[in-house]
Design a protein around this ligand. Structure first.
Ligand code: OFO
Length: 165
């Protein structure tokens, strides 16, 4: 059984994971429209993965006797200043999500909810991987420089966004 505080913070994470999915979907659509097929593919895959994260929270809350609420999401931006800026935004967003996962971990300790603490550890590991995978992309971008976007786009095509969920 979840305490009210834990149920609330887990429901808040549904909003964040769902927004992440829509944000990356919007980025993917923009990249696609701009002609970056590889970058779009990476972002579409990332959006799918975020949806599975949201589903994990929905299923866990309900399994533990709570009620997972399906929210409306804020509208994500629909255009981006450039590829480099876009990936910097992805990294900043993932760092923000890591912070919110850490807040959940801290609350589970405060509430002595060790079952949720154990469950949410998967996300602790996942966030390390998420940040690392975006950093790899940013490193590649820095190496290739602004003039070689075509090559970057081809290169990223084979890269999966993050680890499998
Ligand atoms: Fe769900 O990890 Fe990214 O946001």
């Amino acid at each position: 059984m979840l305490t009210k505080k834990i149920e609330k913070i887990l429901n808040e994470q549904i909003i964040k994971e769902g927004y992440s999915s829509n944000l990356y979907l919007s980025m993917a659509s923009w990249a696609d429209k701009e002609g970056y097929a590889g970058i779009a593919q990476w972002l579409f895959a990332q959006a799918e993965e975020e949806r599975t994260h949201m589903m994990k929270f929905i299923n866990f809350i309900n399994e533990r006797g709570g009620h997972a609420i399906i929210p409306a999401f804020d509208v994500p931006p629909s255009s981006f200043p450039g590829i480099k800026e876009l990936f910097n935004e992805v990294l900043a967003h993932e760092q923000y999500i890591t912070g919110s996962i850490n807040d959940i971990v801290a609350l589970t300790i405060e509430e002595k909810d060790f079952a949720t603490n154990n469950w949410v550890q998967w996300f602790v590991t996942e966030q390390v991987e998420e940040e690392a995978s975006v950093q790899i992309v940013i490193d590649k971008l820095n190496m290739l420089g602004d003039k070689n976007m075509y090559m970057f786009d081809r290169d990223i095509m084979g890269l999966r966004g993050t680890s499998e969920e």
